[in-house]
Design a protein around this ligand. Structure first.
Ligand code: NAD
Ligand code: TYD
Length: 352
């Protein structure tokens, strides 16, 4: 019987995760979603779970120490899955500070609350008698490893070498999680996943932005030469991987998550155009992103060999389903792209 705190559950991956858990994990008897509802948080993502008696939504900030402590006291969580973050590289280049407060201080606030509520002592670490039945899982990213050249892959032993304010803030948070494990013996896992795609992704990220623009026959902004490589994973496969790590991950261990699916950005854009029957003349090369990481690729040997996880989606099926989801949910797209999104788009792409 698990009592789970999920942070950032109104965002893209968090909302998919909540649906996944409530659909598949009957041993989760309580799931509290703590989310500030920033521009990226959207309760429409959670319509299918709203009436589930195990689900509770709390509107609040992971940096709010009193609130986080009170929630632990009220709900007695044994599991924390921390998604809440500022997550977009381009925004971090324009406005880095909120990335530090949300991503690093937010993480440390949760770590403190978990440590206090679970009565963790440094002796636990020395005796390796970690508190049984409790776990804090930090949802991190492969971007903390920096960029790869043409060859090689990120393993869990690759040194952290983040290049953007976003990835630097995620690396900082990972190091705090590591420190709370090493110093106090807090039972933690860190997962580092590659780029996700799927339903409910906000159209500031490549795949939903390109689908949205292509449907409207607007120019498709491709940064630089478009030959940057990302290692794409369907969001539901990320959710199943996190669940596997929660259940079987060794205390204090880091797990990379990826599905061996490297694609150049231009390849993705062309695939979307083909699926939608739109012309390649929409492709517009624009000024490159500063500090743009050239290539990411995940070596997933540890999670596949040690924990037995594997992805369920092929890229073909995942992309076809994702594109169909955006076509079948025009109201969702309409709601998230009205208002502030227009201002954002003009600021980021207006003079590019
Ligand atoms: P997202 O931007 O879609 O969602 C972030 C959520 O966090 C939103 O609901 C937002 O309201 C909430 N939030 C932001 N600040 C908050 C605060 N101070 N207190 C409470 N809630 C707050 O992000 P996402 O793409 O779903 O990513 C989720 C996590 O997964 C992040 O930690 C991200 O670094 C990590 N990640 C993302 C990807 C990806 O491809 N999107 C890949 C690997 C790891
Ligand atoms: P993004 O979805 O922002 O994820 P991340 O930067 O975290 O990998 O971008 C994915 C890739 O697509 C990245 O190489 C930047 C590129 N990109 C574009 O070429 N044009 C765009 O409008 C966006 C948003 C991204």
């Amino acid at each position: 019987m698990k009592r789970m705190l999920v942070t950032g559950g109104a965002g893209f991956i968090g909302s998919n995760f909540i649906q996944y858990i409530l659909d598949n994990q009957q041993d989760v008897v309580l799931l509290v979603n703590l989310d500030l509802l920033t521009y990226a948080g959207n309760l429409e993502n959670l319509k299918t779970v709203e009436s589930d008696p195990r689900y509770v939504f709390v509107h609040g900030d992971v940096r709010d120490r009193d609130l986080v402590r009170d929630l632990f006291g009220r709900y007695d969580f044994d599991t924390v899955v921390h998604f809440a973050a500022e997550s977009h590289v381009d925004r971090s280049i324009v406005e880095p500070e909120i990335f530090l407060t949300t991503n690093i201080i937010g993480t440390q606030t949760l770590l403190d609350a978990a440590k206090a509520h679970w009565k963790i002592h440094p002796e636990d670490k020395y005796s390796r008698a970690f508190r049984p039945g409790v776990k804090y899982l930090q949802v991190s990213t492969d971007e903390v490893y920096g960029a790869l050249g043409r060859t090689g892959m990120f393993t869990e032993d690759t040194p952290l070498s983040p290049n953007s304010p976003y990835s630097a803030s995620k690396a900082g948070a990972d190091l705090m999680v590591r420190a709370y494990h090493e110093t106090y013996g807090l039972p933690v896992n860190i997962t580092r996943c590659s780029n996700n795609y799927g339903p409910y992704q906000f159209p500031e990220k490549l795949i939903p932005l390109i689908i949205h623009n292509a449907l409207k026959e607007k120019p498709l902004p491709v940064y630089g030469d478009g030959m940057q490589i990302r290692d794409w994973l369907h969001v539901k496969d990320h959710c199943s991987a996190i669940t596997t790590v929660l259940e079987k991950g060794g205390v204090g261990e880091v797990y990379n998550i990826g599905g061996n699916n490297e694609r150049a950005n231009l390849e993705i854009v062309r695939l979307i155009l083909k699926e939608l029957g739109k012309p390649e003349s929409l492709i517009t090369h624009v000024k490159d992103r500063p500090g743009h990481d050239r290539r990411y690729a995940i070596d997933n040997t540890k999670i596949t060999a040690e924990l037995g996880w594997k992805p369920a989606y092929t890229f073909g099926r995942g992309m076809a389903e994702t594109i169909r989801w955006y076509l079948e949910n025009p109201e969702w797209v309409e709601h998230v792209t009205s208002g502030a999104y227009q201002t954002y788009y003009q600021k980021m792409y207006g003079n590019r």
